[in-house]
Design a binder for this molecule. Structure first.
Ligand SMILES: [Zn+2]
Length: 72
Protein backbone atom coordinates (compact mmCIF):
# COMPACT_ATOMS: atom_id res chain seq x y z
CA UNK A 1 0.00 0.00 0.00
CA UNK A 2 1.32 3.47 -0.80
CA UNK A 3 0.28 6.84 0.63
CA UNK A 4 -2.34 7.39 -2.08
CA UNK A 5 -4.02 4.07 -1.30
CA UNK A 6 -3.82 4.79 2.37
CA UNK A 7 -5.48 8.19 2.02
CA UNK A 8 -8.14 6.75 -0.26
CA UNK A 9 -9.02 4.26 2.45
CA UNK A 10 -8.78 6.72 5.29
CA UNK A 11 -12.42 7.78 5.30
CA UNK A 12 -13.63 4.19 5.15
CA UNK A 13 -11.14 3.34 7.85
CA UNK A 14 -12.53 6.07 10.08
CA UNK A 15 -16.07 4.90 9.41
CA UNK A 16 -15.03 1.29 10.03
CA UNK A 17 -16.20 0.26 6.60
CA UNK A 18 -13.10 -1.69 5.61
CA UNK A 19 -12.63 -5.42 5.52
CA UNK A 20 -10.21 -6.92 8.02
CA UNK A 21 -7.59 -7.29 5.28
CA UNK A 22 -7.89 -3.65 4.20
CA UNK A 23 -7.90 -2.57 7.81
CA UNK A 24 -4.62 -4.27 8.61
CA UNK A 25 -3.04 -2.91 5.42
CA UNK A 26 -3.92 0.64 6.40
CA UNK A 27 -2.65 0.04 9.91
CA UNK A 28 0.58 -1.46 8.62
CA UNK A 29 1.12 1.48 6.29
CA UNK A 30 0.52 4.04 9.02
CA UNK A 31 2.91 2.25 11.35
CA UNK A 32 5.65 2.83 8.75
CA UNK A 33 4.51 6.24 7.56
CA UNK A 34 4.29 8.99 10.19
CA UNK A 35 2.79 11.57 7.78
CA UNK A 36 -0.18 9.30 7.07
CA UNK A 37 -0.55 8.57 10.75
CA UNK A 38 -0.56 12.29 11.50
CA UNK A 39 -3.21 12.82 8.86
CA UNK A 40 -5.25 10.03 10.36
CA UNK A 41 -5.06 11.59 13.83
CA UNK A 42 -6.03 14.95 12.35
CA UNK A 43 -9.07 13.38 10.71
CA UNK A 44 -10.08 11.64 13.92
CA UNK A 45 -9.95 14.92 15.82
CA UNK A 46 -11.80 16.80 13.10
CA UNK A 47 -14.48 14.17 12.94
CA UNK A 48 -14.92 14.29 16.69
CA UNK A 49 -15.17 18.06 16.54
CA UNK A 50 -17.74 17.95 13.75
CA UNK A 51 -19.79 15.36 15.58
CA UNK A 52 -19.85 17.40 18.78
CA UNK A 53 -20.72 20.57 16.88
CA UNK A 54 -23.39 18.93 14.75
CA UNK A 55 -24.93 16.98 17.63
CA UNK A 56 -25.28 20.11 19.68
CA UNK A 57 -26.37 22.13 16.69
CA UNK A 58 -24.15 24.93 17.87
CA UNK A 59 -21.66 25.19 15.05
CA UNK A 60 -22.40 28.06 12.72
CA UNK A 61 -23.34 26.90 9.23
CA UNK A 62 -20.23 28.36 7.65
CA UNK A 63 -18.01 26.52 10.09
CA UNK A 64 -19.78 23.24 9.43
CA UNK A 65 -19.48 23.59 5.68
CA UNK A 66 -15.82 24.51 6.04
CA UNK A 67 -15.18 21.41 8.13
CA UNK A 68 -17.04 19.29 5.60
CA UNK A 69 -14.85 20.66 2.81
CA UNK A 70 -11.76 19.62 4.71
CA UNK A 71 -13.12 16.24 5.66
CA UNK A 72 -14.93 15.01 2.61
ZN1 LIG B 1 1.84 7.14 3.79
Amino acid sequence: MNCGDCLENLDSYLDRELTDAELSEVQRHMADCPPCEDLYKLHVNMKRLVKVCCDQGEAPAHLRSKLRQILF
